[in-house]
Write a protein that binds this ligand. Structure first.
Ligand SMILES: Cc1ncc(COP(=O)(O)O)c(C=O)c1O
Length: 368
């Protein structure tokens, strides 16, 4: 406990030791040797052709159903811009990714927050809202190792969401950056796959978690008409995305280096997840959480009435950061918080959670 280094359990990012830096440098070198002209030009607005070809094969879709962008965040922004007008109803999970809430608020959408259960969004509450007249334009769903809650959408719920989307004519936005990072349990099919060619599903993913976030390469797979509108918006916004980054990713993928990178990341994340759950059980027995089967995050509920703001300050005074539950919700979350274990080695996780528990005990003592 003498070590007072700061420990951030706040950022959803990998630590540098699990990024395949040498393999990336080698991929960059090979990419420049192979196609200097393609990489140094503006290139093609839907994305670097070799990367689009790799994605088309992976998802078994025609090239017109794809766009590769500067991070999936930009793909999300294009999708929202082309689909959502002020006042449109958009379904989100509660809690959900804070940046989604910010983007939708900025667009003036009416946000319909549906509670998350241990196996994903409460589809029957959503069905009730639809039956009573709500007509969403889009439902934003993070199906695997959800940010912030760490939970995964069950197969039955995936099917039910597709049914509801067909019946009530809304787009499912399947936001899936963590899908490759499963270290326990069974892989579920995506709604993109389950729905088939005529389903109204726009699928987003990213190389931020499998290569590194600094590379800023993400993509969408969706119905051709929606992708065409997004491609137009993309061209008008930036001419073309970063060809250098996309060519490096294409080489990294085609050469198979990505498989080694994913294996390294998953092994480290499993260890970090285990350290997090173990430390919470020992130091903070009041904590309730769903054990994530993959990904970066774990959501902690403390007994109702716990002052999350005071806990945040107490942890910060002890050099530990996490993100308050209230950041991920329109209402509530005062006694909850998100822990990201992706960036911290196990010994620091243990130390960080011990310090959070110390802050919690001080609060509980003051309230007694
Ligand atoms: C659910 C979700 N969507 C999108 C993103 C953005 O990813 P990218 O780095 O590809 O922009 C994140 C990043 O943490 C995320 O958690």
């Amino acid at each position: 406990m003498a070590d007072l280094t700061n420990i951030s359990l706040a950022r959803g990012a990998p630590s540098l030791d699990i990024v395949a830096v040498d393999e990336l440098r080698a991929a960059a070198d090979r990419a420049f040797q192979r196609d200097p002209g393609g990489m140094c030009a503006y290139g093609t607005s839907p994305g670097y052709t070799r990367l689009l070809e790799w994605l088309a094969k992976k998802y078994e879709v025609g090239p017109q159903r794809l766009i590769a962008t500067n991070g999936s965040m930009q793909a999300d922004a294009f999708l929202f811009d082309t689909l959502i007008a002020p006042g449109d109803v958009v379904v989100v999970e509660a809690p959900t990714y804070d940046r989604t809430l910010l983007a939708l608020r900025k667009l003036g959408a009416e946000i319909l927050a549906i509670p998350l259960e241990d196996d994903g969004i409460d589809v029957e509450t959503l069905a009730g809202e639809l039956e009573s007249g709500k007509r969403p334009r889009l439902a934003h769903i993070i199906p695997n190792f959800q940010n912030p809650a760490g939970c995964t959408l069950s197969l039955e719920k995936r099917r039910r969401l597709l049914e509801l989307s067909r019946e009530y004519a809304f787009t499912i936005f399947e936001d899936d950056p963590y899908v490759e990072l499963r270290f326990d349990g069974e892989q579920q099919p995506t709604m993109l796959e389950l729905g088939g060619d005529d389903a109204d599903v726009v699928y987003a993913s990213s190389f931020s978690k499998t290569v590194c976030p600094g590379i800023r390469v993400g993509y969408l797979v969706g119905p051709s008409d929606k992708i065409a509108a997004i491609r137009k918006e993309a061209t008008e916004t930036y001419i073309s995305p970063n060809m250098v980054a996309q060519a490096i990713v294409a080489e990294f993928c085609d050469s198979g280096a990505i498989d080694g990178s994913i294996a390294t990341v998953k092994a480290a994340l499993r260890e970090r997840r285990d350290a997090t759950c173990d430390a919470l059980s020992r130091h903070l027995p009041d904590a309730r959480f769903v054990v994530p089967e993959g990904g970066y995050f774990l959501w902690v509920d403390l007994p109702e009435g716990t002052d999350g703001d005071a806990l945040f300050e107490g942890a910060k005074d002890r050099g530990v950061l996490f993100v308050k539950g209230t950041d991920f919700l329109l209402d509530g979350g005062e006694s909850s918080f998100r822990l990201a274990y992706s960036a911290v080695p196990p010994d620091q996780i243990e130390e960080g959670i011990a310090r959070v528990a110390d802050a919690y005990r001080e609060l509980a003592g003051a309230a007694a």
